[in-house]
Design a protein around this ligand. Structure first.
Ligand code: GDP
Length: 296
């Protein structure tokens, strides 16, 4: 399960302080030393760890905490609040344009789960009585169009395609015309991925962005890739100005580094978590629930 190692380590550490009737500055420092190692071992970005530790210490060593009636619990409350803040604080919802359709571009490296997440997001929207149009904008990976069509059939959602001989910019443009004419309220554009970030890909994504002015650009990243996921998010954000992140494969045994670092490094919220391969395995990301899950 995701975060298992991190959760075990943190819970073990916090247990030592939880019941204490008196907590000293030294106790907090010792605890945070252990928390620091646990976070680094979970592949959390070192700068994120450093800032986090400093913030917790600053608050936890304050008089109101250490002199309170339940100092152990107060310290843990601070850790919980700061962990929540680290992952974005409030839940960040999907955009809704004032004037439909809301246009969402799905971007990311190949294999991250982009096409699957596009289908999952369509299902999530359908459950809210929305009417999404899926757009097959990945014309390079041979099976991508078909893959989206199969998902569309399962969802009973239409998939807009012009085959693989028309440019993705044109496909996106025409899809939006169709969505307006036929009153779809969301347009989900699946775009091409590559194995690595390259300029040609970024140019193309930027052209689509300029042309369709999306309400959201969601980066799909694989949480199993840890710090790499964070580096990818930084690069995509620098080039495209993301509006949010979909973190996939949180059902696997990811150590958690990506989930805990991506918001702090990019400033962009995690909006959804992929929890499996099935179409209903997409959950809105709640930082507070995730923090509580990790801290037990
Ligand atoms: P794309 O190249 O980014 O479009 O990636 P795909 O959507 O084709 O997904 C790549 C693989 O990851 C597929 O086998 C998906 O079933 C799998 N996948 C995607 N999201 C998740 C997830 O949240 N959990 C798990 N376990 N597998 C996922």
């Amino acid at each position: 399960m995701a975060f298992e190692g991190l959760a075990d380590r943190l819970q073990e550490t916090l247990k030592k302080i939880r019941g204490k009737g008196k907590v000293s500055e030294e106790d907090v420092t010792q605890m945070m030393r252990e928390v620091r190692i646990a976070l680094l071992e979970a592949d959390v970005n070192f700068k994120v760890v450093k800032d986090f530790i400093n913030r917790v210490k600053e608050r936890a060593i304050g008089q109101e905490v250490l002199k309170s009636l339940t100092p152990g619990q107060q310290v843990i409350k601070v850790v919980n609040e700061e962990l929540t803040a680290l992952m974005g604080g409030e839940q960040s919802k999907i955009a809704a344009a004032h004037k439909p359709p809301t246009v969402i571009m799905m971007v990311g490296l190949q294999g991250a789960g982009k096409t699957t997440s596009t289908g999952k997001l369509a299902k999530h929207l359908q459950k809210q009585n929305r009417n999404p149009l899926l757009v097959a904008g990945d014309i390079y990976r041979p099976a991508a169009i078909k893959q989206l069509q199969v998902l569309g059939e399962q969802l009973n959602a239409p998939v807009f395609t012009l085959g693989d001989q028309v440019s993705p910019v044109e496909i996106a443009k025409q899809a939006i015309v169709k969505a307006k004419e036929e009153h779809y309220d969301y347009v989900l554009i699946d775009t091409a991925g590559r194995l690595h970030i390259d300029d040609t890909l970024m140019d193309e994504l930027n052209q689509i962005k300029t042309e369709v002015k999306p309400d959201e650009i969601l980066l799909v990243v694989d949480s199993m890739t840890g710090q790499d996921a964070v580096n990818v998010a930084e690069s995509f954000n620098a080039q495209l100005e993301l509006t949010g992140v979909v973190l996939t494969k949180l059902d696997g045994d990811t150590r958690g580094g990506a989930a805990l670092s991506v918001k702090a490094i990019t400033g962009k919220p995690i909006k959804f978590a992929g929890m499996g391969e099935k179409l209903d395995a997409l959950e809105p990301f709640f930082p507070d629930r995730m923090a509580s899950r990790i801290l037990g």
